[in-house]
Write a protein that binds this ligand. Structure first.
Ligand SMILES: C[S@@+](CC[C@H](N)C(=O)[O-])C[C@H]1O[C@@H](n2cnc3c(N)ncnc32)[C@H](O)[C@@H]1O
Length: 435
């Protein structure tokens, strides 16, 4: 019961207060655990995640069975119904258990108590009609917010937009970036070594229980997120700065390659995570809490800018993103990204490289952002990315020579071992020689 109530609350807060699920359900967020033990927290997370992953399907199924719509002033009824329907439709909870718990939760909340019989009837009907509900559900039309579906149709075309939305339905992979010996770690952990060098697992085990975690041999990072840092070609004696570094996945790659790394982020809290990650990984960096726009230092050989963005490329991992983001969020992000790119360029030495990346599917934050940066900054040119630098994934290199990954790429017949976060990256080089 406690896990279902926590899941309902997390879904409600995501949808009404735009509060990310991770804020409420993160394993380490002690003050927000709400008294749940680790098992209940994992269950709450799995219920809340699937509720948001399939929110459109669930809402449509509920709406069709609520003849007069959701009663007004019915307290937490809506959230209770959503998580119970998620359990009935997508998790292996027996229908009667999901219905009974939902009815109990409805009775326990004074505002929704008068609607306990309604909750019972609606959820039983959903259980009866499960097959029809699932067969008629469409990933793009039902489980994708209309504004995002429209954008992806315009940007990628109907068929790719459909593949992206279909990829979002599957549970994500667990990808690891390893310091060395990807095939060996893939074998030890029962996963596969991807052509890009990441190790891919489909385990549900907590990561800290996996071999190599304590020894700092690897860190969790989507296979697509592991690509941008290497485009700087980091190595010993190279001075690099990561301007938006926390929690440090990409900076760890730079440091593991032997580069002398400065990690900058404006969030002191997130830099604490970076410091803890680096400690476990036995890696070092100079950590600077600062707004990158105000950061000053002698010019670097390489600059990585993993800019704040809409994060629409991470919806498979974070289905809440799809419902939390609004069309109006894009413009301020695009403005900040442009300022950060210009700043990144000033921090590179002559001949130095700048890699700009975002985990977004939106061209304003990716392709168009870089085209505009090149127009604004005649002292930089694009250094095209080649497929051989990213494990031969030719489909991820655009005509202009940028990196564009989509959630539907690297797909196999096993969805739990398929897909990539949606990322964009471009590599620029500043004119001139080492100064
Ligand atoms: C996409 S995340 C970075 C992820 C990180 N590169 C990694 O691989 O783990 C973006 C980061 O930018 C930081 N950020 C946003 N605006 C910033 C600014 N003006 N200056 C510095 N950091 C900023 C946020 O705190 C956040 O940690």
């Amino acid at each position: 019961m406690a896990a279902r109530v926590a899941a309902a609350r997390a879904v409600a807060e995501a949808l009404t207060q735009s509060r990310p699920l991770d804020d409420r359900l993160a394993a380490g967020a002690a003050q927000q655990r709400g008294g749940l033990d680790a098992r209940d927290r994992a269950l709450a997370r799995s219920i809340a995640t699937v509720s948001l992953r399939r929110l459109g399907t669930i809402r449509k199924a509920l709406a069709r069975r609520l003849d007069k719509g959701l009663p007004r002033r019915s307290g937490a009824l809506e959230w209770t119904l959503i998580v119970a329907a998620a359990q009935i439709l997508f998790l292996d909870t027996p229908d009667h258990a999901a219905v009974d718990l939902a009815v109990k939760a409805t009775r326990a909340d004074p505002a929704s108590a008068p609607f306990a019989a309604l909750a019972n009837a609606v959820l039983r009907a959903i259980g009866r009609d499960r097959d029809a509900i699932l067969t008629s559900s469409d990933p793009l039309d039902d489980d994708t917010p209309a504004w995002l579906a429209q954008r992806w149709r315009t940007t990628y075309g109907e068929s790719v937009a459909r593949l992206i939305a279909a990829a979002h339905r599957a549970e994500p992979t667990l990808d690891l970036s390893v310091k060395r010996d990807a095939p060996g770690w893939a074998e030890r952990l029962g996963g596969i070594a991807l052509p890009t060098g990441s190790v891919r697992l489909d385990t549900h085990k907590p990561v800290h229980e996996l071999e190599g975690y304590e020894a700092g041999e690897w860190w969790v990072q989507d296979a697509a997120a592991a690509l941008p840092a290497r485009l700087l070609r980091p190595g010993p004696a190279m001075r690099v700065v990561d301007l938006c570094a926390a929690p440090g996945g990409k900076a760890a790659e730079l440091a593991a390659a032997g580069a002398d790394v400065t990690t900058v982020d404006r969030s002191a809290e997130r830099l604490k995570l970076l410091a803890a990650n680096f400690e476990r990984l036995r890696l070092t960096s100079e950590i600077v809490v600062a707004d990158a726009l105000a950061f000053e230092a002698p010019p670097f050989d390489g600059v990585l800018l993993d800019a704040p963005c809409s994060a629409t490329g991470t919806i498979r991992r974070h289905p809440d993103v799809a419902w939390i983001k609004r069309p109006g969020d894009l413009a301020p992000l695009v403005k900040l990204q442009a300022e950060l790119i210009d700043k990144a360029i000033t921090l590179a030495r002559g001949g130095g490289a700048i890699v700009y990346c975002v985990c977004s599917l939106e061209p304003e934050e990716g392709e168009a952002q870089v085209a505009a940066a090149l127009r604004r900054n005649p002292d930089v040119r694009r250094l095209p990315i080649t497929a051989s630098e990213i494990g031969g994934l030719a489909e991820c290199v655009t005509q202009a020579g940028d990196l564009r990954t989509l959630p539907c790429y690297l797909w196999t017949d096993n969805p739990r071992r398929s897909g990539l976060d949606g990322f964009f990256a471009a590599r620029l080089v500043k004119a001139g020689q080492r100064d």
